[in-house]
Ligand binder design. Structure first.
Ligand code: NIG
Ligand code: FE
Length: 427
């Protein structure tokens, strides 16, 4: 785990470019392509907050003696990535399942047989708090190294009161003690636990009456999510859980239309969810409704890739005037990867998104999907200084250098927390 110390003030000088969105809300439609680009740029951070951004020529005179100065000559500077959909707190692994799926066994059939998510639930139950904390912390380290400075994480591998709360508490402790900011989401409705087999309405009632109030009382989640899917939780059950959560002040997300076209996107629009996620099978009406209601459509191309499914229609979602975010869905089942380079490659090549749209989807729109667009997601005065310096002079290399990690330096709240430069004096 990282300990934070030292100055939170620094100056990045002579960046080949600084590329960012501007604003405090998700960008929609054609606006996702409009980035601000400053050449020979400078960025000043004071006490972890961005204080000045602009061209070197306009940089006011500064006393550099008291500042950490980074020469970013030859490098592109972008906002830290926001991974707005993950399940990174889990026990055990499911490697066999990956190959069963590749040989044709459907994802939901494995779950129906008591495998899949339920397999991870068993492994998660056998962990103690310290073990869970340690492994989750190591996973955040690996994500940070790829430029991810904020991570949303979901519970959902407990499916009982104690373990759901434990997963959320681990995320709370990490957000206090780890460099990466963690946004916690309660996903008690991730699967129907074996005790409730055939009685999913009773489990929904248990969530609403018992787990949700405890989560709220302890103040350990910002969002509530439901796996709204044929054979898992119906649209009506999802509505009941999310309305209850929203009445408690939590914000809503939905695992929507992942395997079957099921009305999840429509429900997200109806109830005012912040995001609807997956959307591989989202209907035309669902896509239009999300755009109209300002639901962030969060697509997870690595999951489609790993499940060998057709990709969500991201192009249509943007062209319909919607806001799109990209996230990893890092979890031990459907997508055991948090690779930003792979995610970017799939978004560009398979989903036909432009480099600018991808950057927006992974920064400002990811921030909006976790309710933080006012604080993170762009490089502007007043925002938290979460910054990534790339090894190449243009952010286009994120896509062009396909599948390669080109992150040189990660700055979190004004501190250098990852530094891959060979010679630390230069980049
Ligand atoms: O987002 N679809 C439901 N939940 C996760 C997978 C969880 C798992 O397989 O462990 C997802 O794909
Ligand atoms: Fe997921």
């Amino acid at each position: 785990m990282h300990t934070e110390s030292g100055s939170r003030s620094l100056l990045i000088k002579h960046a080949a470019e600084i590329v960012t969105n501007t604003g405090i809300a998700a960008k929609k439609g054609a606006d996702m392509n409009r980035l601000m680009r400053i050449t020979d740029g400078a960025l000043l951070v004071k006490d972890g907050i961005i204080d000045w951004v602009g061209a070197m020529d306009d940089l006011p005179a500064l006393d550099e003696k008291n500042l950490k100065v980074i020469d970013a000559n030859g490098c592109s500077v972008i906002p830290g990535f926001v991974d707005s959909h993950t399940h990174f707190v889990f026990g055990g692994y499911r490697p066999e399942e990956f190959f069963w799926r590749l040989s044709g066994t459907p994802y939901l059939e494995i779950l129906e047989r008591g495998g899949g998510i339920l397999n991870t639930v068993e492994a998660t139950h056998s962990m103690c708090y310290e073990e869970m904390l340690q492994i989750a912390s190591q996973r955040l380290d690996a994500m940070l190294a790829m430029g991810v400075t904020t991570v949303e994480g979901k519970s959902g591998y407990g499916l009982d009161l104690d373990t759901e709360l434990m997963q959320l508490k681990v995320m709370g402790e990490l957000t206090n003690n780890h460099v990466v900011d963690v946004v916690a989401t309660f996903l008690g409705a991730h699967a129907v636990p074996p005790d409730y087999h055939g009685r999913s309405d009773d489990y929904v009632e248990f969530i609403v009456q018992k787990i949700l109030p405890a989560v709220v009382e302890q103040g350990i989640a910002e969002f509530c999510d439901v796996f709204c899917e044929k054979g898992v939780f119906s649209v009506e059950q999802t509505r009941i859980i999310l309305k209850a959560a929203m009445a408690f002040g939590l914000k809503a997300k939905i695992h929507a239309d992942e395997i079957v076209s099921f009305g999840g996107a429509e429900l997200a629009a109806e109830i005012g969810a912040v995001s609807a996620d997956h959307l591989l099978q989202a209907s035309d009406q669902g896509i239009a409704a999300m755009a109209t209601q300002g639901v962030v459509a969060t697509v997870l191309p690595m999951t489609a890739f790993c499940l060998r499914e057709k990709y969500a229609r991201a192009r249509k979602m943007i062209d319909a005037g919607g806001a799109l975010a990209l996230a990893s869905d890092y979890n031990p089942g459907s997508c055991f990867s948090h690779s930003m380079p792979m995610l970017i490659a799939l978004a560009a090549i398979q989903m036909k998104l432009s480099p600018a749209e991808i950057l927006t989807a992974l920064t400002l729109n990811g921030a909006a999907a976790v309710g933080r667009a006012d604080r993170i997601g762009t490089l502007e005065c007043g925002k938290q200084a979460d910054v990534v310096i790339l090894k190449y002079p243009s952010y286009l290399f994120l896509t062009y250098h396909a599948g390669m990690d080109i992150v040189n330096t990660v700055i979190k709240k004004g501190q250098i927390v990852v530094d891959k430069r060979k010679n630390k004096g230069e980049i």
